[in-house]
Design a protein around this ligand. Structure first.
Ligand code: NAD
Ligand code: TYD
Length: 338
């Protein structure tokens, strides 16, 4: 099988590529990535000599480039490429529309143009954030109405609607997955868990938005990759599959668990101004993928945090290099000025 992975130099994409090359010795993977601030060639430097892995710097919104690649013959596209951070989408939404919406449209158009002569399976990686926010009870199912609240989640919802329409209208073999919050190795330290872990390791304050009682469902990235493997091979076309970690935690609990794991005092926690439009709670019902495809998460939150802290402890160079220059300007805007 030949798979085109987009956004493979980011957090989940790089974990997926490593997982797939290891799991399927006869597969080859092309990774098309624009290398934005979040794309890092070092995430896959150990694979640079693999004859089954090929990197191409490119933008999914660049139609001729995408068509050229598809014409070389691929069996599937797994679309991770996106602007992925809610806070950045609040600061400046334009790149989110260009990549997340228009970029997905370009991929779908390229698939449509060769269909049905070439039948390219399209696995679109979406998010539980398309469902909006929950109160104290309940969980998102695949039937929950879409109600995005941030420019990020609105752009992901628009992309999901395009994927749905291309399947419905043209019969494109597409599947959407909607996963909860991931964490693990190679996550850019702007997201909650890697920011908390790296700050704790540096004895820096851990900025908690608002009252810290915002709840997310956390999934270890390897469990997500395993779910994508099953959906890519066995999922039904035209369907949506929710993926969750069965680990709902308030942000304050996440920060305290990390500090305990690193061995640093809870006094490092600092409450800062809230995020505008902050979704209160996400929780995901993933019984569809569980019943239909036999997947469920295998790594507990405590074990995942232990593994993640260990990884950031042993890969200090990786994140220290990121936390310089442009990142410091971002950090100052986000936290010190709040
Ligand atoms: P990330 O920000 O770490 O990586 C995104 C990658 O996409 C980067 O390598 C970047 O260079 C690349 N990219 C951005 N724009 C591009 C473009 N126009 N063309 C080609 N490449 C481009 O993101 P992530 O956390 O790995 O998320 C991957 C996908 O999973 C996203 O679609 C995101 O919406 C989705 N998702 C993420 C989470 C999470 O918790 N991180 C949860 C659910 C779904
Ligand atoms: P984040 O990792 O940005 O993911 P998302 O917004 O997509 O869920 O944030 C996770 C939660 O942590 C969210 O409720 C916002 C909160 N948060 C903080 O309290 N402090 C921080 O420094 C960051 C980055 C996030």
């Amino acid at each position: 099988m030949k798979i085109l992975v987009t956004g493979g130099c980011g957090f989940i994409g790089s974990n997926f590529i490593r997982y797939f090359l290891k799991s399927y010795p006869d597969y080859s993977l092309i990774n098309m990535d624009k290398l934005t601030y979040a794309g890092n060639l070092e995430n896959l430097s150990d694979l640079s000599h693999s004859p089954r892995y090929h990197f191409i710097r490119g933008d999914i919104a660049d139609a001729p480039r995408v068509e050229e690649l598809i014409n070389k013959g691929v069996d599937a596209i797994v679309n991770f490429a996106a602007e992925s951070h809610v806070d950045r989408s609040i600061e400046d939404p334009s790149a989110f529309m260009k990549t997340n919406v228009f970029g997905t449209f370009v991929l779908l158009e390229a698939i449509r143009k060769v269909f049905p002569k070439q039948r390219i399976r399209f696995l679109h990686i979406s998010t539980d954030e398309v469902y909006g926010s929950l109160g104290e009870t309940g969980a998102f199912t695949e039937e929950t109405p879409l109600a995005p609240n941030s420019p990020y989640s609105a752009s992901k919802t628009a992309a999901d609607m395009l994927v749905r329409a291309y399947h419905h209208t043209y019969g494109i073999p597409a599947i959407i997955t909607r996963c909860s919050n991931n964490y693990g190795p190679y996550q850019f330290p702007e997201k909650l868990i890697p920011l908390m872990v790296s700050n704790a390791l540096e004895d820096k304050e851990l900025p908690i938005y608002g009252d810290g009682m915002y709840v997310r469902d956390w999934i270890y990235v390897e469990d997500h990759c395993r779910a994508l493997d099953i959906v890519l091979h066995h999922g039904r076309e035209g369907e949506v599959y929710n993926i969750g970690g069965r680990s709902e935690r308030p942000n304050l609990t996440v920060a305290k668990t990390i500090l305990d794991q690193v061995g640093k005092p809870h006094s490092l926690i600092r409450f800062v101004a809230d995020r505008p439009g902050h979704d209160r709670r996400y929780a995901i019902n993933f019984s569809k993928i569980e019943k239909e495809l036999g997947w469920n998460p295998s790594i507990s939150f405590e074990e995942g945090i232990r593994l993640t802290v260990e990884w950031y402890q042993t890969h200090r160079e990786w994140w220290k290099k990121i936390k310089t220059g442009e990142y410091l300007d971002y950090y100052k805007r986000m936290y010190q000025d709040r």
